[in-house]
Design a protein around this ligand. Structure first.
Ligand code: PEP
Ligand code: MG
Length: 573
């Protein structure tokens, strides 16, 4: 039986199913606080282990989870539930000792409630953290009840509603061949871990568990992570298809590794620099190892979320300088804080939004709280001096000429402040904008005259052009960045940029998709920025065709009526 979901990590795997199940393993610990302490200690130990294994991103997840385990609000809610249950029990008398099951259930349901709140947040990254909170609740509950999860004992494919990230990381190397989830998203931690481990993951697969429940025990599962395919008990033909896809992937990996230090270019030598998207300074190393020619998008939100006060200017400057130093003379594009009214950043006192994606988010925060962005711009300018480099600055969610004027005014203020205090700064800042709102594509000539570069955020551009929420599970397969409407908006952007004499990059997911990269270069996009893991495949895809061939492909794609017609054109090439 074939099921389709969202391809969250590329790769092909075939193997027996492993289902998440927990059973009795040790003495119960019927004390919520003590169990939370033990869970936090286990998570910290896990973080240390994966950091030592060279996976700093994963380590950061478990460090954050160790803090969540000790979150007073979570523990107090659970204790209140226990007290309420005890008061309601025999004779209404509270009992000194509560059964481990009651305590475990209280912690799990408190964590689930907190996770449900997070899951409804329109911000995809924060919503994805819901799984982390549920994971922490489950872990504390298992310590209380003396249960543990039976890990796979042979190389297997995990099939679950949502796979707790810390459980994923505990599975010994080599025993996890792939992941298929009924829930989750491409930015959920299970997906991030899968990409880090280099195994395929398919997420948001409707009816996965119901379909698997009717299948026999010892079920064999096939996964094609790039295509988002899950095959339950694959037929001989499907087996052969998966094996062919795996062999092709292995060849591509080898070819990509051989070209690691070669520049991005088409078959006829037209250069297309391939840069990395990074989310924290630790990512720089992985990006350099993948042969990134710079950083096309440094998301700076990591400095601001999950804490109780704003990061200082010094802390920010050090983080930016670390990345600038790592990349030396190669460009590093630092994006201004891109958060909005939907995100719990308590110290910013953001108002609740009815339509957060259309509200005060991204650069729009700068109208309300100039100081927030001026401080960040001072930190960026200082980091340039610290690393002897010219930082590129990029503003997110720009919709109007006034928005661009705001960025320039904030940057001028930052420079003036530093000069007034004699603080060393970069001689200049290269200021550009993201094109991710349809009005920016329509106004590209006017906006282009006022900035140094454009970078298309195809993730948001797709959401706004098609009016499809990028986090909506029911729209995950139709909100397609290869829709001709999105391609036409990018074409308008390229045309406008040409009139203004600037270049266009793409830093949304589309640029990291080999077919997407081909059509973008054919449309006139000058450089691409993507997750480091995707650079190799994109480098190969571009080298497979000449610029003229890509231009002809792009012209045919632009003339299509649907996203599937575009795919057919690109796949048929
Ligand atoms: C985008 O919108 O395409 C983008 C790169 O920004 P983010 O995914 O961080 O919104
Ligand atoms: Mg965006």
């Amino acid at each position: 039986m074939e099921l389709r979901g969202v391809g969250a990590a590329p790769g092909v795997a075939i193997g027996p199913v492993w289902r998440l199940d927990s059973g009795a393993a040790s003495e119960p610990l019927p004390d919520i606080r003590a169990a939370a302490d033990r869970a936090a200690a286990d998570l910290t130990a896990l973080a240390v282990r994966v950091r030592a294994a060279g996976r700093p991103d994963d380590a950061a997840i478990f460090e954050a989870q160790a803090l969540m385990a000790l979150d007073p609000m979570l523990l107090e809610t659970a204790e209140a539930k226990v007290a309420a249950a005890a008061a309601a029990s025999v004779g209404g008398r509270a009992r000194a000792r509560h059964s481990a099951d009651l305590l475990a259930a209280a912690v799990e349901s408190s964590a689930r409630e907190a996770a449900d709140v997070l899951a409804t947040l329109p911000d995809e990254l924060l919503a994805a953290r819901a799984a982390d909170v549920r994971d922490v609740g489950g872990r504390i509950a298992r310590v209380i009840a003396g249960r543990s999860i039976a890990l796979p004992d042979r190389p297997s494919i995990a099939l679950a509603e949502d796979l707790p990230p810390s459980v994923t990381a505990e599975i010994p190397e080599g025993l996890l061949l792939g992941i298929a989830l009924e829930r989750g998203s491409a930015v959920s931690h299970a997906a991030i871990l899968a990409r880090g481990l280099g195994i395929p993951a398919v997420v948001a697969v409707p009816e996965l568990l119901a379909a698997a429940a009717t299948a026999p025990d010892g079920l064999e599962v096939g996964l094609d992570g790039a295509a988002g395919r899950v095959l339950l008990a694959p037929t001989a033909i499907q087996h052969a298809e998966l094996e062919a896809a795996a062999a092709e992937l292995a060849r591509a990996h080898e070819a990509a590794a051989a070209l690691r230090n070669a520049p991005g270019q088409t078959a006829d030598g037209h250069l297309v620099p391939l840069l990395a998207n990074i989310g924290r300074p630790d990512d720089a190393e992985r990006a350099l190892a993948a042969g990134a020619e710079g950083v096309g998008l440094f998301r700076t939100e990591f400095l601001f979320v999950g804490r109780s006060d704003a990061p200082s200017e010094d802390e920010q400057a050090e983080a930016y300088a670390e990345v600038l130093r790592a990349f030396g003379s190669r460009p590093v594009v630092i994006r201004l804080l891109d958060i909005g009214g939907d995100k719990p950043v308590p110290y910013l006192h953001l108002e609740r939004e009815d339509n957060p994606f259309l509200g005060v988010r991204g650069l729009r925060l700068g109208y309300r709280d100039r100081d927030l962005l001026v401080t960040q711009l001072r930190a960026i300018a200082r980091s340039g001096a610290m690393a002897a480099a010219t930082p590129w600055v990029m503003a997110p969610m720009v919709a109007t000429v006034e928005d661009v004027e705001l960025v320039h005014a904030l940057a001028a203020q930052a420079v003036e402040d530093l000069d007034a205090h004699g603080v060393a700064r970069a001689a200049s800042l290269k200021i550009g904008i993201m094109v991710e709102v349809p009005s920016a594509a329509l106004m590209a000539p006017e906006l282009g005259r006022r900035v140094a570069f454009f970078s298309v955020g195809s993730n948001d551009l797709t959401q706004y052009v098609l009016a499809m929420d990028r986090t909506h599970p029911a729209l995950a397969t139709v909100a397609d960045a290869l829709h001709p409407a999105v391609l036409r908006a990018i074409r308008l952007t390229v045309d406008g940029a040409r009139q203004a004499g600037i270049e266009v990059a793409v830093c949304g997911e589309l640029g990291g998709d080999p077919l997407g990269a081909q059509v973008l270069v054919g449309l006139g996009v000058a450089e691409l920025s993507m997750d480091a893991a995707r650079i190799g495949a994109v480098r190969l895809a571009l080298r497979a065709r000449t610029l003229a061939e890509l231009q002809e492909l792009a012209a045919r794609a632009l003339a299509c009526g649907t996203a599937s017609e575009v795919r057919a054109v690109l796949e048929g090439g």
